[in-house]
Write a protein that binds this ligand. Structure first.
Ligand SMILES: NC(=O)c1ccc[n+]([C@@H]2O[C@H](COP(=O)([O-])OP(=O)(O)OC[C@H]3O[C@@H](n4cnc5c(N)ncnc54)[C@H](OP(=O)(O)O)[C@@H]3O)[C@@H](O)[C@H]2O)c1
Length: 233
């Protein structure tokens, strides 16, 4: 497989860090974006001349613009953008917790999980190669169809909003010839997923990279699980 140039957000830990690790291992050039590079020790430990660690807070427009300029100085084009950064409020780790939900912080969940991903996609759109892929990491919790029992309010709604943003982007004339998808990573053992989750990051990310590698422009607008299964909206 021809090495790709990949930009990953939220690469300091968890799923994003594993994307960086696996992409580097297969020979890709990786722009690994994270909020505070100086404390991203696991990412720094992946040291490679194909690894570029860049500061990027997906909730901050100025930070996104600065990151875009930094990446632009080092490459003309990107093959893959992985919108991975995401947050889950501690309040929402307890089910049925409407009474304790802090609506000010809820807005921040939307800002990072949904709007932030679209802001990043728009900023880097002009650098995406024809045939390039924008893959945003969503969640099964963002599926209205699967949401038949009460759990998280803000997180689930933010992922549903992310899904709609990306579905709209997939059908925007600006992404013609590209492929825009949302991917459910499954339940993964990370800080967010907890140690009780089903999947190791290596399994989930390995599956998602196989899915990404198989995508064609005609797949734009799809919602796929880490193993390639179609997800219901
Ligand atoms: N783990 C699961 O079971 C699971 C299931 C479904 C979906 N997902 C989704 O998968 C993605 C990765 O989750 P994870 O499990 O790896 O979570 P995680 O271990 O909590 O890591 C989250 C990552 O997002 C970054 N991040 C948070 N806010 C950010 C911001 N404003 N700007 C830039 N980066 C930011 C964090 O950076 P810092 O280190 O700076 O905080 C960290 O790198 C998320 O979108 C999540 O919703 C996860």
């Amino acid at each position: 497989m021809t090495p790709k140039t990949v930009l990953i957000t939220g690469a300091s830990r968890g799923i994003g860090l594993e994307f960086a690790r696996q992409c580097l291992a297969r020979g890709d050039r990786v722009f690994a974006a994270c909020r505070t590079p100086q404390s991203a020790h696991h990412l720094a430990a992946l040291a490679s001349d194909r690894l570029h660690i860049i500061p990027l807070d997906v909730a901050d427009a100025a930070s996104i613009a600065a990151a875009q300029r930094l990446v632009r100085e080092q490459t003309d084009s990107l093959d893959v953008l992985i919108n991975n950064a995401g947050i889950l409020l501690d309040d929402e780790k307890i089910p049925d917790n409407l009474a304790a939900l802090d609506f000010e912080r809820t807005a921040q969940v939307f800002r990072v999980n949904a709007t932030g991903a679209l802001m990043v996609a728009r900023a880097f759109l002009g650098m995406m190669r024809r045939g390039g892929i924008i893959a945003s990491i969503t969640s099964g919790y963002g599926s209205l169809t699967l949401h038949t029992h009460s759990h998280t309010y803000a997180y689930s709604a933010s992922k549903a909003a992310l899904n709609m943003f990306m579905r709209a982007l997939a059908h925007d004339r600006l992404t013609r010839g590209m492929c825009v998808v949302v991917l459910d990573p499954g339940w993964v053992r990370t800080d967010m997923g907890t140690e009780y989750a089903d999947l190791a990051p290596s399994e989930s990310v390995g599956g998602m990279l196989r899915v990404i590698d198989s995508l064609k422009p005609a797949d734009t607008g799809r919602f796929l699980r880490w193993d390639g299964a179609e997800m219901p909206w």
